[in-house]
Design a protein around this ligand. Structure first.
Ligand SMILES: [Zn+2]
Length: 269
């Protein structure tokens, strides 16, 4: 029995192996076919796109921020008031950070990109967004010693699996050669989402939420750092981070974001 059963079992094993190999090959082919049949879709309008996340039409709708803008806050001016003239916001509420720059205005297309990166695991968008940021922040990055992504509290980092600011900062580090110091700044207490809070509530919400841990102070002390985030709304988070970095003796803190809300009264997020 055993002697006769053995060859058939071995044939069955062979057949099974061949079948598995065929299945794997089919899956591979099917995957290639799917890649051909289903091109990448534009994150914003869902039209097929070759290459990066947004199609040409949506790209043209992104409103890239270019001079003239406030040298301090990076808020675009409608007309050029001349060099070194600050915006009213910069005079009325001078931030703890030195300068802020943003690649684009926070509008519909920018919001779609930010949400896709943040909530839909679209890390493939980070290279393009990071490149636009590197270009907008050229001035800041030219004399920077370190890039610091705005940290998530570990609890939120776990549920979202990765930090979108970290993903953007990594791309900028690769682009510019500025060192990434992801671990230097910590969020020491969870904060309520800033959505729906007033300007002063936002400031209170993030006050004391960030800290440079003592063993990491040497990465910050005397260094010119660029803080990286996806969106700048009231600037409260960036300001709280800047204060923590300045307490750790940073020589200067600049802020580089993907998108900034230009009309802060509306604060659409
Ligand atoms: Zn599109």
């Amino acid at each position: 029995m055993d002697a006769s059963a053995s060859p058939s079992r071995s044939i069955a094993t062979h057949l099974g192996g061949a079948l598995n190999a065929a299945r794997a090959a089919f899956r591979h082919t099917a995957r290639i076919a799917l890649d051909i049949a289903l091109p990448t879709l534009c994150v914003s309008c869902r039209e097929p796109v070759s290459g990066e996340g947004v199609c040409a039409t949506c790209w043209s709708k992104l409103s890239f921020i270019a001079p003239p803008y406030c040298p301090r806050l990076g808020i675009p001016f409608v007309y050029d008031p001349g060099p070194e003239l600050l915006s009213m916001e910069a005079i009325a509420n001078p931030p703890a950070y030195r300068r802020a720059r943003a690649a684009v205005r926070y509008d519909d297309v920018a919001r779609t990109l930010v949400h896709a990166l943040k909530y839909q695991d679209r890390t493939d968008l980070a290279p393009a967004m990071g490149r636009w940021m590197a270009r907008a922040g050229r001035e800041l990055l030219a004399d920077a010693d370190a890039l610091i992504p705005v940290p998530l509290h570990w609890r939120r980092g776990w549920s979202r699996r990765y930090n979108q600011s970290g993903a953007l900062a990594r791309v900028i580090a690769q682009q510019t050669g500025v060192k990434l110091a992801s671990e230097a700044l910590r969020r020491v207490r969870p904060t309520q989402q800033q959505i729906g809070l007033s300007r002063s509530q936002r400031a209170t919400n993030v006050q004391g939420a960030f800290k440079v841990a003592a063993p990491r102070q040497s990465e910050i002390a005397g260094r010119r750092v660029v803080l990286v985030d996806d969106v700048l709304t009231s600037g409260a988070t960036a300001d709280a981070c800047a204060r923590a970095l300045l307490r750790a003796k940073a020589a200067a803190v600049d802020v580089l974001v993907f998108a900034r809300v230009v009309d802060t009264h509306k604060a659409p997020i």
